[in-house]
Design a protein around this ligand. Structure first.
Ligand code: ADP
Length: 462
């Protein structure tokens, strides 16, 4: 009796904490870092399950905060967890102690298109063993995703598109019983073949997926996420949020990925316009297409329109020979001016040639904010390496700090390619052990799959 009473009392204890982003390397592990004071208040210890409630409730394993966070009332959550709790960084959640029950059955579905798991149920069971889960959540695991530009010999070996190792995201479709559960020896685990559109777009790209540009993320959050999330804040202050932000930096530094992450983290719809592509349309078509995207985005606000390579649609008008280009610049200006200040729509444009775009675009009320994204430094490269090797089984000798030093001058896209190349080498090594007539790879062979220091070093030489 006394026990039951204590349990009830404990269940009612709640702490309110402010959400901050998890460290990149811990993203996807399902843990929540909280200060010691919160553990005491909840009467729990490290490794216990907690329920975290924002606009929605999710579960996590409680871990101690980093030393520098101990005095702050902060809970660190990764992008998927923020999506699961439906909160943004800086907002508050309520945390309570929770108990998970063993599940008799758990059903997962891929939350990303073009994704395949090998030896699915076994691998999932192992990855999620004893971790708390709840239906509707998005979770991350190791899996295999098709790789573009596969060397033909590897593709041939696979008989189907080849897959390299990377972290993948899954939806927890249902659990029996309902509520908070965990997988144990007796749980039946099913992985649906069909893609299930995730409830939250953070499954696809979120802030954890862009590395080495924390300052930029912060700036863009203030300029874009804040006004999209809390338009009333700006109305109240009587200031107009920015309509247009210009991102400039070399190709492959993550501009597109960042714009998409901001849209997803702001719960905004995302529309892309590709400069060179839209230029290629027929007479009058380009302007029409531009207008259509703006109309559609306005209807689906809050929204972000992302214009990639804006220099190709809005070059300096005195430098362009054709009428078509001039009309397109004019159309874009009209559309920007026509946007109501409080339409809850932000246009983000990217270019690597900021000096090549028409100056009229940079006047107040148009693209009047600028953010520069540079080539990452060593620390940034280390972070990006962490992102692109997330979910990869790495050999003991792999040292990401060493690789960060060795990749001077690399941008994010180069680092992504390096990680992909190294993974392909690892796959190539296990190929002889695979019976190509079999549709699936035996789990013991997959267990051997490991990307080594040599794989990275030889990929570097290419
Ligand atoms: P940009 O728009 O600046 O040309 P993208 O966002 O299209 O660059 O980047 C291309 C790819 O390179 C991304 O999909 C991602 O895999 C990788 N990448 C680039 N920058 C970063 C970054 N800062 N962090 C993580 N990955 C990155």
């Amino acid at each position: 009796m006394a026990d039951a009473d204590t349990a009830t009392a404990a269940d009612e204890r709640t702490v309110r904490l402010q959400v901050a982003a998890a460290r990149q390397e811990e993203s996807g592990q399902g843990i929540a870092r909280m200060p010691r004071s919160a553990f005491q208040a909840l009467g729990i210890t490290e490794g216990d399950t907690v329920e975290i409630t924002g606009k929605r409730a999710t579960v996590a394993i409680a871990m101690a905060a980093y030393d520098e966070d101990q005095s702050l009332d902060v809970i660190r959550l990764d992008g998927l967890q923020r999506g699961n709790a439906e909160v943004g960084s800086g907002e508050h959640v309520h945390v309570t102690a929770a108990q998970s029950r063993p599940a008799t059955r758990v059903v997962f579905a891929p939350a990303q298109r073009e994704m395949r798991l090998q030896g699915p149920a076994q691998a999932l069971k192992r990855n999620f063993f004893r971790k708390p889960l709840t239906a509707g959540d998005l979770v991350a695991t190791t899996g295999q995703q098709p790789v573009q530009n596969m060397p033909p010999e590897v593709r041939r070996m696979f008989n189907s598109p080849a897959y390299a190792l990377t972290q993948i995201r899954l939806s927890v479709v249902s659990t029996t019983p309902k509520g908070i559960v965990h997988i144990d020896e007796d749980t039946e685990v099913e992985l649906r073949a069909e893609f299930e559109a995730p409830r939250d777009a953070r499954a696809v790209v979120n802030y954890d997926d862009v590395g080495g540009i924390d300052d930029t993320i912060q700036q863009l959050r203030e300029m874009v996420e804040l006004p999209l999330r809390y338009p009333e804040l700006f109305t109240r202050l009587g200031v107009d949020p920015p309509k247009g932000v210009l991102l400039h930096g070399p190709p492959g530094t993550g501009k597109t990925r960042l714009a998409q992450a901001v849209a997803n983290e702001s719960d905004a719809n995302f529309f892309t316009i590709n400069g060179p592509e839209i230029m290629g349309s027929g007479y009058g078509e380009s302007e029409k297409r531009l207008r259509e995207v703006f109309e559609e985005a306005t209807r689906s606000a809050p929204a972000i329109v992302f214009i990639d390579e804006i220099d190709s649609i809005a070059p300096k008008r005195d430098k362009v020979p054709g009428e078509a280009e001039k009309r397109l610049v004019a159309q874009l200006l009209t559309l920007m001016d026509g946007l109501e200040a409080r339409s809850n729509l932000v246009v983000i444009a990217a270019t690597n040639r900021p000096d090549a775009i028409d100056e009229a675009l940079r006047r107040p009320g148009r693209f009047d904010r600028e953010i520069v994204i540079g080539v990452p430094d060593e620390k940034g490269r280390r972070e990006i390496l962490g992102i692109h090797t997330r979910g990869m089984p790495l050999g003991d000798k792999v040292d990401l700090t060493e690789l960060a030093k060795a990749t001077y001058g690399f941008v994010g896209a180069d680092i992504a390619a390096l990680a992909r190349e190294a993974a392909i080498d690892a796959v190539r090594r296990i190929m002889p052990k695979i019976d190509l007539d079999e549709r699936t790879i035996p789990p013991e062979v997959l267990d051997e799959l490991c990307v080594t220091r040599e794989d990275f070093l030889s990929a570097l030489k290419r």
